[in-house]
Design a protein around this ligand. Structure first.
Ligand code: TXA
Ligand code: MG
Length: 320
């Protein structure tokens, strides 16, 4: 794909309307939040979210945070109750992400949650992020707007950053100046019913503990913003999974890629962006049939690397 120029938009009414239109059309747009710049896509459009992964060059799918303009909107995407409701009331809008049970009826694409039954939700305070959320009417999936392996950007210049930045890889960047917090949001989830710090960030753990009136559990030593994939457990189908299968055995469900007779096909046209967008939904659909699953070979380049990474994890023998 020939790179096309990335637009730089001003954070005025015209720029925000333009960004909202691009997002509704399934494009990716980088925009400022109070923590860091995020790379936004419509969270209900799996192909748009796949383009976020393609632009970042992420070698693996990690669940993404879904951003809403207010707590009421967030409560329509995830179940916000009990301690989560107290934290939402205390810190939203702001630099806090809550990992809560997903409402399947919200229509969030499977690639956003990487197939998990939970969803990370945040209501950002930044006026530009707020304006785009309200103008577009979309729930926006937004990882930090850096290429994979690079630090999170806190200016529009960092996002584009010649050599390793996203210039030419995304439709537009909304230039809203420097991010005031400058580090990612604090992430809190619940493990065995106990509030757990999954990632330290812009809101100090002590402030969260004060709001809860109780100490937070801490995620394992592997949790850090630099190893985000370690924060979440991975979706794995109950069924046995066989990879690089050119044919399915009689008792297997075949997930195909490219032209062929498979009942379930990641992309009959052999398009990796389409395949990424459908991966988790098709794995779940195949799993529901209750038979072993055979998956056709997926090319090992571009988004195919992330697809193969996730398939390999899903096929690996279960740990404990
Ligand atoms: O400040 C921020 O949080 C920025 C701005 C743009 O909002 N976003 C950000 O996204 O840092 P990202 O993708 O770079 O990091 C998101 C983190 C990942 O480490 C991911 O594992 C975790 O959130 N996460 C998201 N959903 C999760 C879930 N359902 N369970 C566990 N962890 C989850
Ligand atoms: Mg990041």
């Amino acid at each position: 794909m020939a790179p096309s120029a990335t637009l730089t938009l001003r954070p005025d009414a015209k720029g925000i309307a333009h960004a909202a239109r691009l997002l509704r059309d399934g494009e990716t747009v980088a925009l400022p939040t109070e923590t860091v710049y995020g790379l936004a896509a419509d969270a209900r459009n799996g192909a748009a979210v796949a383009r976020v992964y393609a632009a970042k060059g992420r070698p693996s799918f990690n669940p993404l945070i879904v951003h809403l303009p207010d707590a009421e909107g967030a409560a329509r995407v995830g179940v916000i109750a009990g301690e989560a409701e107290r934290l939402a009331a205390a810190f939203w809008p702001g630099a806090l992400t809550l990992v809560v049970p997903l409402r399947p009826e919200a229509g969030i694409a499977g690639i956003v949650t990487a197939g998990l039954p939970t969803v990370g939700l945040r209501v950002p305070a930044h006026p530009v992020a707020q304006a785009v959320l309200r103008q577009s009417g979309l729930a926006l999936a937004m990882p930090s707007a850096n290429a994979s392996g690079r630090v999170s950007p806190t200016t529009a210049g960092h996002v584009l950053d010649a050599g390793g930045g996203l210039d030419g890889r995304i439709a537009a960047v909304l230039d809203g100046g420097a991010c005031p917090v400058g580090v990612e949001s604090t992430i809190v989830g619940w493990r065995d019913g106990r509030a757990t710090l999954l990632r330290p960030g812009g809101i100090p753990a002590e402030a969260i503990e004060a709001a809860l009136g109780a100490p937070l559990d801490h995620a394992g030593a592997t949790a850090s913003p630099d190893s985000p994939g370690q924060l979440a457990s991975h979706y794995a189908p109950a069924a046995r999974l066989r990879l690089d299968a050119t044919h399915a055995a009689a008792d297997e469900t075949l997930i195909g890629f490219g032209p062929g007779p498979a009942a379930l096909n990641l992309s009959p046209a052999g398009d990796l962006t389409e395949a990424a967008a459908r991966l988790f939904d098709l794995l779940r659909a195949a799993d529901r049939l209750g038979r072993p699953i055979a998956v056709a070979p997926i090319p090992r380049h571009g988004l195919g690397l992330a697809i193969n990474d996730r398939l390999a994890r899903a096929a690996a023998p279960r740990e404990g």
